[in-house]
Design a protein around this ligand. Structure first.
Ligand SMILES: *[C@@H]1O[C@H](CO)[C@@H](O)[C@H](O)[C@H]1NC(C)=O
Ligand SMILES: *[C@@H]1O[C@H](CO)[C@@H](O)[C@H](O)[C@H]1NC(C)=O
Ligand SMILES: *[C@@H]1O[C@H](CO)[C@@H](O)[C@H](O)[C@H]1NC(C)=O
Ligand SMILES: *[C@@H]1O[C@H](CO)[C@@H](O)[C@H](O)[C@H]1NC(C)=O
Ligand SMILES: *[C@@H]1O[C@H](CO)[C@@H](O)[C@H](O)[C@H]1NC(C)=O
Ligand SMILES: *[C@@H]1O[C@H](CO)[C@@H](O)[C@H](O)[C@H]1NC(C)=O
Ligand SMILES: *[C@@H]1O[C@H](CO)[C@@H](O)[C@H](O)[C@H]1NC(C)=O
Ligand SMILES: *[C@@H]1O[C@H](CO)[C@@H](O)[C@H](O)[C@H]1NC(C)=O
Ligand SMILES: *[C@@H]1O[C@H](CO)[C@@H](O)[C@H](O)[C@H]1NC(C)=O
Ligand SMILES: *[C@@H]1O[C@H](CO)[C@@H](O)[C@H](O)[C@H]1NC(C)=O
Ligand SMILES: *[C@@H]1O[C@H](CO)[C@@H](O)[C@H](O)[C@H]1NC(C)=O
Ligand SMILES: *[C@@H]1O[C@H](CO)[C@@H](O)[C@H](O)[C@H]1NC(C)=O
Length: 814
């Protein structure tokens, strides 16, 4: 969802005049990409064929009993109550469906977001999606989802607006990548399944968002005439124009995992998709989601993402958020295309009542399936006063706010967050035995990211002083406490009676000779904390660290031969100081959550052995990345914001590998304090006769169940060859046969990973199961997944460019 000021800030500046795209304009600090208007491409795939009508839910795949209860509930509703059930109302939560007291239904409370229940007090701020991805640890992904789910439920939220797999991370610059996981669809797909299962095992409905093609923030919403109404648009939102194969193999892939994990709802995205708004796009909502993937839950709109009534309902949208009627909205427009319009559209015969019934059946089936009708906690009244999105004065209906206020739902989650933050930190460089620290007696701490936040704990701006634990927008969290790196270092160093000195003013550090600052002599270690902000509704301007962090490192490293750099960042930073001989170690700590300081100190002192791996590629230069966001158009036509995904499958490592471009740190990379060896990669088919196409089966959640069936068992042996215990992530990459797979297939693609803990000298056999989907490409002619004939190469290693063992398989013989 959107935050008002950010949103209007963007929307009020529609006419950007800029020069045509040129590589040099993408230099760090001067980022701009004007997408030329190309009508040839627009007619090629800038359209979405209608897929009508919207299919009824059947509950097939395990929701049959819950669906029957939902149908019985719907049968008792009046038409006005039905309109209420599909339309949000301003109320205590970020999204609200009003109660139907005569049926004992207490309404639905929808709350942000992907790393915390945002509108709440006494709740935890967990690590961000990018940190969870960097753990490459399925158990942590699940545990994090479960713990978050417990907090949502205890605060009375039925529906968590999480997790995120759109943006996937097409562009390194996209402002919301950190909310999601990784530009690799396989890694993100696994993270989606684990997070959703965790949230829903805790009894809370998960929402996979944003469906689909939400790969940039710039012009994600239309530019409205500020003096006009709901329909007075000056320029429409950007259209993400994506071809059929690319949408299947990249952007739909993790949504398929989400549906496979029985996600309750899917949030459609703000922007247009191949020409029509995502929330009314029948091809993606009815066609891809409900038919092809067999999705049995409901589609809700992103906040203000609905642009029509009847067309959206027919196009597969089931719930309008935030809905409401009146002027409470934060948007230039007000009112809802649903609400009373649903009643009139049924009454005048435009929309069949069966479609409205299906919308509500879809909404209520997960509710019954998760037992939310049984003793579900009330909405914590304290949330209502923290909710700036729909404050009390905007409410049009009554809400029953009972039960204790300001419930503390944090439990022992701080301990988990400490562990998750460390596990999501990637050790990128470690020379001269810099890490782990060996009880240093003199430590100097530098940088404005080391200490306490001077502008409060609710991160909504990129304040200068204070460590960053999350980005901004609806995906942020409200900290109840924060362990800063500086505080945690002081606490730990006190055990060694060490001297700890600090300089937190970046400007001062840059303008000083460091030797003039410290006493009495060169510290044993200089630790520099740097940060990078990113937020909803804005794309990143550059891939550097913020607040002149590169200069801070230069200034410190000039005089300190043991400079350790830690970044707290939304993700990709180009790290130009990486080769500096005095920069002895670099840790990418991402957005670790409330225990940030303890998480990093555990790693610095070796209490925890680093095992995080990069869930993205760090290029040598920001200009090296493919697929920048479209930051401007220089024409004023209503439809002129277009973004062609012409790079197709070539994003992140798929691109760097296909074009053979050198990178600084490749996808999957991350160091440990110990060493590991991989050997003996073997693959055995589970079935002797593997066909190219999957056998036809009734569509279940996730699509044809055959796609999820294992077809190969792959094993390797992994040994800890170093002298400390630790964990690593053997990664399995698949290379398709080049002559039988369509052009444009990436040289290799991640298709398996496991986080494995090994004691010194221990050896384990690691097993990967390759599913049919893992060996298939999407065939645009026959409209199905096919395994090509011929020989595949399987490679296993410690990163996408550190491959240690190989084997080949031929699943389908010619
Ligand atoms: C911008 O407009 C000029 C004409 O004013 C045109 O020549 C140029 O190609 C346009 N650039 C893009 C990227 O559309
Ligand atoms: C428009 O796109 C087509 C297809 O990719 C390409 O061949 C053509 O050169 C493009 N035209 C312009 C003016 O960029
Ligand atoms: C959905 O079910 C209703 C009645 O059960 C039926 O009238 C309607 O045609 C069905 N819609 C579709 C799209 O199959
Ligand atoms: C909106 O109205 C104000 C006041 O009349 C006017 O100054 C402004 O130009 C108008 N904006 C647009 C985009 O029409
Ligand atoms: C119906 O939709 C229009 C937008 O087309 C909106 O302005 C109006 O408030 C809605 N009416 C009701 C009763 O919800
Ligand atoms: C029926 O009602 C809907 C919602 O108010 C409206 O959009 C549509 O134009 C109406 N159709 C007719 C034929 O009156
Ligand atoms: C208000 O909520 C409480 C707690 O769930 C419930 O017992 C009570 O019946 C509700 N009141 C109404 C009017 O629904
Ligand atoms: C930071 O240092 C600069 C340069 O010495 C100084 O101008 C500025 O006032 C300092 N900021 C704070 C908050 O002390
Ligand atoms: C830093 O030291 C150098 C060499 O001694 C000197 O030229 C320079 O002025 C000093 N800079 C500051 C800011 O003190
Ligand atoms: C590294 O640090 C030492 C001081 O410890 C300094 O003498 C040396 O010049 C530095 N090297 C570089 C390349 O800055
Ligand atoms: C840094 O320099 C000091 C003094 O020359 C030396 O004792 C120390 O070993 C050096 N440290 C590293 C990490 O090179
Ligand atoms: C990055 O690439 C741009 C364009 O090729 C070049 O001008 C710039 O110097 C490069 N920057 C670095 C740090 O290599």
């Amino acid at each position: 969802m959107a935050l008002s000021l950010l949103l209007s800030g963007l929307c009020l500046a529609p006419y950007v005049s800029a020069q045509a795209f040129d590589a040099t304009e993408r230099e760090e600090g001067a980022f701009s990409y004007v997408q030329p208007l190309n009508t040839t491409i627009l007619t090629q795939y800038g359209s979405s064929p209608a897929v009508l009508p919207s299919p009824n839910a059947t509950g097939f795949g395990g929701w049959e009993a819950a669906l029957a209860r939902a149908q019985a509930f719907v049968a008792q509703l009046t038409l006005e109550e039905k309109a209420d059930m599909v339309t949000g109302q301003p109320g205590p939560c970020v999204g609200n469906i009003v109660a139907v007291p005569r049926l004992g239904f207490q309404g639905l409370c929808l709350q942000d977001g992907p790393l915390a229940i945002r509108v709440a007090d006494y709740a935890s701020t967990f690590s961000a999606g990018v940190s969870a991805a960097a753990t490459w640890d399925k158990a942590i992904m699940y545990e994090r989802g479960m713990a978050m789910g417990e907090e949502f439920k205890a605060k009375g939220a039925h529906i968590a607006l999480a997790p995120v797999c759109g943006p996937l991370g097409r562009s390194a610059y996209s402002g919301r990548n950190w909310e999601g996981f990784s530009p690799d669809p396989y890694l993100t797909g696994v993270a989606m399944e684990e997070t959703i299962t965790g949230l829903q095992d805790a009894g809370v409905q998960a929402t996979a968002k944003h469906f689909i093609g939400n790969e940039q923030e710039t012009q994600r919403n239309p530019t409205y005439d500020p003096n006009g109404t709901l329909t007075d648009v000056i320029q429409e939102a950007i259209s993400a124009n994506i071809d059929d194969r690319t949408i299947h193999e990249l952007y739909l892939w993790p949504f398929a995992n989400a549906v496979h994990a029985k996600v309750s709802s899917v949030m459609c995205s703000y922007q247009r998709l191949n020409g029509s708004y995502a929330c009314e796009n029948s091809k993606v909502q009815n066609g891809l989601l409900k038919e092809e993937l067999g999705f049995q839950g409901y589609v809700m709109s992103d906040w203000g993402g609905t642009h029509s009534g009847v067309a959206s309902i027919e196009g597969g949208l089931d719930m309008d958020m935030p809905g409401g009627i009146g002027t409470y909205g934060l948007y230039p427009q007000s009112g809802s295309f649903f609400g009373g319009n649903v009643t009139s559209a049924v009454n005048n015969g435009t929309v069949p009542i069966s479609r409205i019934d299906d919308m509500i059946v879809r909404i209520m089936t997960p509710y019954y399936w998760l037992g939310q009708d049984q003793n579900f906690p009330t909405v914590d009244p304290s949330g209502a006063d923290l909710n700036t999105f729909s404050p009390r004065k905007t409410w049009l209906r009554e809400f029953n706010l009972t039960g204790p206020s300001s419930r503390d739902v944090r439990d022992n989650h701080g301990e988990l967050i400490r562990k998750h933050g460390a596990a999501g930190t990637v050790l990128l460089k470690n020379t001269n035995g810099a890490l782990p620290l060996k009880a240093p007696k003199s430590i100097a701490v530098f940088g404005n990211d080391a200490g306490d936040d001077t502008q409060g704990f609710y991160n909504q701006v990129d304040f200068e002083y204070g460590t960053l634990t999350a980005g901004g927008g609806s995906g942020t969290g409200r900290l109840t406490y924060l362990i800063t790196p500086l505080a945690a270092i002081k606490e730990r160093a006190a055990k060694d009676n060490a001297l700890v000195q600090q300089w937190l003013n970046n400007t001062l550090i840059i303008n000083s000779n460091i030797t003039d600052l410290w006493i009495p002599a060169l510290p044993e270690v200089c630790i520099v904390f740097l940060k990078t902000w990113a937020e909803e509704a804005a794309d990143r301007q550059h891939l550097s660290v913020d607040w002149d962090g590169n200069e801070v490192v230069q200034s410190v490293a000039k005089d300190c031969n043991n400079t350790i750099v830690v970044t707290h960042s939304s993700g990709i930073n180009t790290l130009p100081f990486a080769d500096h001989p005095n920069v002895t170690a670099i840790l990418a700590a991402h957005y670790p959550g409330q225990e940030s300081g303890y998480s990093i100190v555990d790693l610095l002192y070796g209490d925890v052995n680093p095992s995080g791996k990069l869930p993205y590629t760090i290029a040598l230069n920001g200009t090296d990345y493919n697929a920048p966001p479209t930051t401007a158009v220089n024409t004023t036509g209503k439809d002129d914001w277009q973004s062609w995904f012409e790079e197709k499958l070539e994003i992140d490592y798929r691109y760097f590998d296909a074009q053979n471009i050198s990178v600084r740190y490749e996808f999957g990379f991350g160091l440990s304090y110990t060493t590991f060896e991989i050997a003996n990669l073997q693959a055995a088919p589970i079935d002797d006769a593997i066909t190219s196409a999957a056998a036809e089966q009734p569509t279940a959640p996730g699509g044809n169940p055959e796609l999820w069936a294992s077809v190969y068992n792959v094993t390797l042996s992994l040994t800890n060859t170093g002298d400390v215990d630790g964990a690593t992530v053997p990664q399995l990459y698949v290379s398709f046969p080049t002559d039988t797979t369509p052009a444009g297939t990436p040289p290799k693609q991640l298709r398996g990973f496991e986080k494995v803990h090994l004691t010194v000298g221990e050896c384990q056999t690691v097993v990967f199961e390759l599913m049919r989907r893992d060996l298939s490409y999407w065939d645009i002619i026959s409209q199905q997944w096919l395994i090509p004939e011929g020989e595949f190469t399987l490679s296993a290693g410690f990163s996408s460019r550190d491959l240690k063992a190989f084997t080949s398989i031929t699943p389908v013989k010619a």
